[in-house]
Design a binder for this molecule. Structure first.
Ligand code: GDP
Ligand code: GDP
Length: 460
């Protein structure tokens, strides 16, 4: 099973050219198949050692401007629905156009996984277009030339982990029923973050005996757990879907869960490495601590890994029922948290008892909030207003007598939030100033529990 890539973008940016390059002669025209629009072409793509399906929305060439919006939108949305990942092309020689922005909005609303390609960028052309492309807020633009085959390695490297992840997920998901995506979605509003088809992906990780399986049991309900819905699967990470307080969730397994599912194979080896794997699949990572022995080396390593991987993090302190002086203990934990995990500043710390169920509602709320923040997008105007105030309150340093100027900020990505700051001499801006900006963003835009990335870019 392979993944599907949709090439989307306004007419004339080079979609067909890229499609043809990826597919070569292995083209499967889908025109005549019932139910499939003639506007979409599908083919078997090959990129180095990677195979996948590619769909192209090239039928748009003849579309006139007035019908563009509706038709283009529907076609693109359909392609996006069919795809696992989208390659959004713009023309690097033209730069970002208003129509490109319409596409960017569609992709954002659909919450598609997007690779942004700046085409026609052979030679020096497209440099300005690539810089401008950051404004689309869809992550790092890749400079490519469909016609000359440049930048194909970059596409490969971005697709590679997606391909691997997809292959693993496909294997894991196999027993479950596919969800039908409506042919013609008219949904104009923001797509909901969590649905039955897109459950909130949670990993609960922590040292042995922290109470992971007890907690997972609490969330999923004892029965489901013991029947071990995916007990036959002996891969290194397994997952279970459920509804938890009205939220569709998928919990990624760690050792404790498997123990209860009676899949005992290799149990003794399932430790940190196993938890770390689960992190890769998760959107929100719950770091579960034992109140009695919190923040041990292993906990710190796991939490740090979750941050490095860019996951939303909630720290849950378990076995709170056993604590006698709760006030004093909480203060102590907060102090330790600040000191030992400064990179997770602001992440929620929730005290729970997996055994009695106390604090489950607070944990649920904290997880949803962390997930929402992780997906949050802040308007550019607000960000720039904020940047002005930040640099005024505390101007950047002036190495060699010339002050570094921060000119512009925009949010380039979500999950986790990432921001591009255009500035003079990005290499000379000290880490401490970056931290000042990150902490400021966190505080001023209320973003607890998520890593925040800042990318500095020169003027170009
Ligand atoms: P589509 O409408 O998005 O499918 O665009 P096409 O693939 O039909 O390409 C539109 C035009 O751009 C054609 O004239 C292509 O030859 C040209 N084109 C496509 N890719 C490149 C490229 O990488 N560099 C340059 N210079 N031209 C390109
Ligand atoms: P895992 O290894 O992380 O999956 O941990 P388990 O869920 O197997 O729990 C380890 C031990 O801690 C078991 O004896 C549980 O009954 C106990 N335990 C788990 N959660 C709590 C809790 O909230 N309070 C108390 N008192 N004991 C708990």
């Amino acid at each position: 099973m392979t993944f599907t890539l949709a090439i989307v973008g306004r007419p004339n940016v080079g979609k067909s050219t890229l499609f043809n390059r990826l597919v070569g002669k292995r083209l499967a025209l889908v025109d005549d198949q019932p139910g499939v629009t003639r506007d979409l072409r599908e083919g078997d793509a090959r990129l180095m050692d990677m195979r996948f399906t590619v769909i192209d929305t090239a039928g748009l060439e003849e579309v006139t401007d007035d019908s563009l919006q509706g038709r283009m939108r529907r076609l693109t949305e359909r392609a996006v629905d069919m795809a696992d990942v989208c390659l959004f092309l713009i023309d690097g020689r033209v730069g970002v156009t208003p129509t490109d922005k319409v596409f960017a909005d569609i992709l954002r609303r659909k919450r598609a996984q997007v690779i942004l390609g700046v085409n026609k960028a052979e030679g020096k052309a497209g440099e300005a277009g690539a810089l401008e492309a950051w404004e689309l807020g869809l992550g790092e633009p890749l400079r490519i030339s469909a016609e000359h085959g440049e930048g194909m390695e970059d596409i490969y490297h971005v697709l590679r982990p997606i391909a691997e992840q997809f292959a693993e997920r496909a294997a894991l998901d196999a027993p479950e029923v596919d969800v039908d995506i409506p042919e013609d979605s008219e949904d104009e509003g923001a797509a909901p973050l969590i649905t039955a088809a897109k459950p909130l992906q949670i990993a609960i990780i922590g040292r042995p005996n922290a109470g992971k399986s007890t907690l997972v049991n609490k969330i999923l309900g004892e029965d489901r757990m013991l029947t071990g819905p995916e007990a036959g699967i002996t891969r290194d990470a397994i997952s279970v879907k459920s509804e938890w307080m009205g939220t569709h969730v998928r919990i990624w397994d760690t050792a404790g869960m498997r123990k209860k599912a009676k899949v005992v194979e290799k149990l003794e080896k399932l430790s940190v490495a196993d938890g770390l794997r689960a992190v890769r699949f998760a959107e929100v990572v719950v770091v579960l601590l034992d109140a009695d022995i919190p923040f041990e080396t292993q906990d710190l390593r796991i939490a740090d890994f979750a941050e490095t991987e860019g996951r939303a993090v909630v720290v849950a302190v378990n076995k709170w029922d056993l604590e006698e002086d709760k006030q004093e203990k909480l203060a102590e934990l907060k102090e330790m948290f600040e000191r030992l995990l400064p990179q997770l500043r602001g992440a929620p710390l929730v005290t729970i008892s997996a055994k009695t169920g106390r604090g489950m509602d607070r944990l649920h709320t904290a997880i949803l909030k962390a997930h929402e923040v992780w997906n949050r997008r802040i308007p550019t105007a607000k960000l720039n207003q904020w940047l002005g105030a930040m640099t005024e309150a505390h101007p950047p340093p002036a190495p060699g007598g010339h002050r570094i100027k921060l000119r512009y900020i925009t949010q380039a990505k979500t999950r986790p939030p990432g921001f591009v700051v255009k500035c003079s001499r990005p290499d000379e801006l000290p880490e401490s100033y970056k931290r000042y900006l990150v902490n400021g963003l966190r505080a001023d835009f209320d973003m607890p529990g998520t890593p925040i990335r800042i990318f500095l870019r020169g003027q170009g």
